[in-house]
Design a protein around this ligand. Structure first.
Ligand SMILES: NC(=O)c1ccc[n+]([C@@H]2O[C@H](COP(=O)([O-])OP(=O)(O)OC[C@H]3O[C@@H](n4cnc5c(N)ncnc54)[C@H](OP(=O)(O)O)[C@@H]3O)[C@@H](O)[C@H]2O)c1
Length: 506
């Protein structure tokens, strides 16, 4: 286990969200399955349940040593709920008492997520029934079912209905916008306010919502498990405040002490706003479109029955924002929206899995007397706020082109600016391999006519270290080959200088 893993899990368990919950843990009830454990909510629920003594099985779609290292006490299972063969799902659900259903494919984009979500729920419901599990706890979305809902909110309700078709007792929690470090909604709001001096306010920005802190969501999720009377019931959960979207932005500008002019705007379509927002925030258009489509609906709790079963005072919007900002400042963002990124599965072919190796490669290296640890630390600072040390404008231009094409772009940044773990994103890369002091391998998630990797290695050569940077690229298409050769002159400049800068900063 690397230091990065250790420090991350220790830091979080020292600050469990549920320490003031009025209910008692009941670890003897049996095994608890957390689906979507690699996601934003699931990734925060697993350590919480573990800290309360539960036997936890965490379900992820792709095996990675990172999960076991993060939660040494949990059992990790690999299953894809969309897989036609349901054996893996059967193994995940075997012997389970309660399953948390936290699967979501929102980031597949507006055209694809609805069908994927309903199919996943159907497969899950059937296998859960075969395995005779006792309970399902599902976290869905708020929204008045009488009104015409966005496809995102409608899909959340359809999933609830699908899960309820079984004989298993299903508890449904419905939440609106979740505010917390690493949440997509919070990062969109925060970046818009920080980066813009004028914000256009369309009519739907006057709709009301009831944002809830991530901490309170986790408390309710755990509370549902520990209060048996919640079995089979539905609950709306929200924070202390009911606000318009405009008021949320204004309050945040007040908290950040940033002067922003809010100007009424007659155009009311959400698509254009979503696309523009994606250019100013780390969150790509596929996500902003789904989220902003829901802004035309009021997302306010219709009832507050949950307070009878799990009574505690939820945070205000301001408290949630201040807590999220503090977590970011302390570099303690435990999970982030970018952790779960379904297109990453299509791109997840690993470098060593290529049958005949990458078609192209270019390597730069230098010798240095500096020690491996300090060089590696310097390598691990790339991206995010630090940028790429030189020719940042070239990296940013490439990122902006990617964003315009609907890709993730380079503004996605990083979850933590001091620690990296496998699967973290760094701008338009995702970490494929991390061997402390030896190797950092990044896989590209840009829109490319091929697949690309960037590898940093350090070799100990006695009294010298060899620091190398290799760009690998694999493509079959003519356009892909043209792209590679067109980029070579830029690669030469940026990669060579990047190596020098890494060495200089170490
Ligand atoms: N985050 C919010 O602001 C918010 C607000 C209100 C309600 N909710 C609800 O909370 C729930 C969880 O949301 P979240 O924000 O944690 O979502 P998320 O970060 O997007 O995570 C979704 C999880 O689902 C997994 N998944 C998707 N398709 C799968 C499949 N076919 N098989 C197995 N796993 C699959 C993903 O795995 P991979 O990592 O492999 O992709 C990921 O772990 C959702 O129902 C959502 O509607 C969230």
């Amino acid at each position: 286990m690397t230091d990065a893993f250790l420090s991350q899990s220790q830091e979080d368990s020292s600050d469990p969200f549920c320490s003031d919950l009025p209910c008692r843990p009941n670890p003897r009830m049996g095994k608890i399955l957390v689906t979507g454990a690699s996601g934003y909510i699931g990734g925060r629920l697993v350590p919480e349940l573990l800290s309360r003594g539960y036997q936890v099985r965490a379900m992820v779609r792709r095996a990675s040593p990172e999960y076991q290292a993060r939660w040494p006490l949990a059992e990790i299972v690999v299953a894809d709920a969309l897989d036609e063969k349901t054996e893996a799902l059967g193994k995940a659900l075997a012997g389970i008492h309660t399953a948390y259903y936290l699967l979501h494919s929102l980031y597949l984009g507006p055209e694809q997520f609805e069908a994927a979500d309903i199919k996943a729920a159907e497969n899950f419901r059937k296998v859960a029934q075969e395995q005779q599990i006792r309970r399902i706890i599902y976290l869905g979305g708020l929204g008045d079912i009488q009104s015409s809902l966005s496809s995102h909110l409608r899909s959340r309700i359809e999933v609830a209905e699908e899960l309820k078709r079984s004989q298993i007792s299903v508890t449904i929690l419905r939440a609106g916008i979740i505010i917390g470090s690493g949440s997509a909604s919070y990062e969109i709001i925060q970046h818009l306010v920080r980066r813009l001096s004028i914000i256009l306010v369309p009519s739907w920005a006057k709709n009301r919502c009831q944002p809830i802190a991530i901490r309170d969501v986790i408390k309710y999720l755990v509370g549902m498990l520990e209060v048996p009377e919640t079995e089979g019931k539905n609950f709306d959960i929200g924070g202390k405040d009911i606000l318009t979207y405009e008021a949320m932005l204004k309050k945040l500008s007040g908290i950040l002490n940033k002067k922003v002019f809010f100007i009424p705007f007659p155009v009311s379509g959400t698509r254009g706003f979503a696309y523009l927002s994606s250019l100013f925030t780390p969150v790509p258009a596929s996500i902003t479109q789904c989220l902003m489509d829901s802004l035309k609906n009021e997302v306010v709790c219709q009832e507050d029955n949950v307070k009878r079963y799990v009574p505690f005072e939820p945070m205000s919007y301001k408290e949630a924002i201040v807590r999220a900002l503090t977590r970011e400042d302390q570099d303690r963002v435990y999970t982030r929206w970018s952790d779960a990124y379904p297109p990453a599965h299509e791109l997840a072919l690993k470098l060593h899995e290529l049958s005949i190796g990458p078609a192209f490669g270019v390597r730069y290296f230098l010798a240095t007397k500096k020690n491996s640890q300090s060089i590696f630390k310097s390598i691990c600072n790339v991206g995010g706020k630090e940028g790429w040390f030189n020719h940042n404008w070239l990296w940013r231009t490439r990122g902006m082109i990617d964003r315009i094409l609907g890709g993730v772009g380079s503004s996605r940044g990083r979850r933590s600016y001091t620690k990296l773990i496998i699967n973290d994103v760094i701008d338009f890369w995702r970490i494929e391999d991390l061997q402390d002091g030896e190797r950092l391998l990044l896989r590209s998630e840009m829109k490319l006519p091929g697949k690309a990797w960037l590898e940093f290695t350090i070799e100990d050569k006695g009294d010298e270290r060899k620091l190398a940077l290799t760009a690998f690229y694999d493509t079959q298409s003519l356009w892909g080959k043209i792209y590679w050769y067109a980029c070579l002159p830029f690669h030469h400049i940026i990669f060579k200088n990047l190596l020098f800068d890494i060495e200089k900063r170490s």
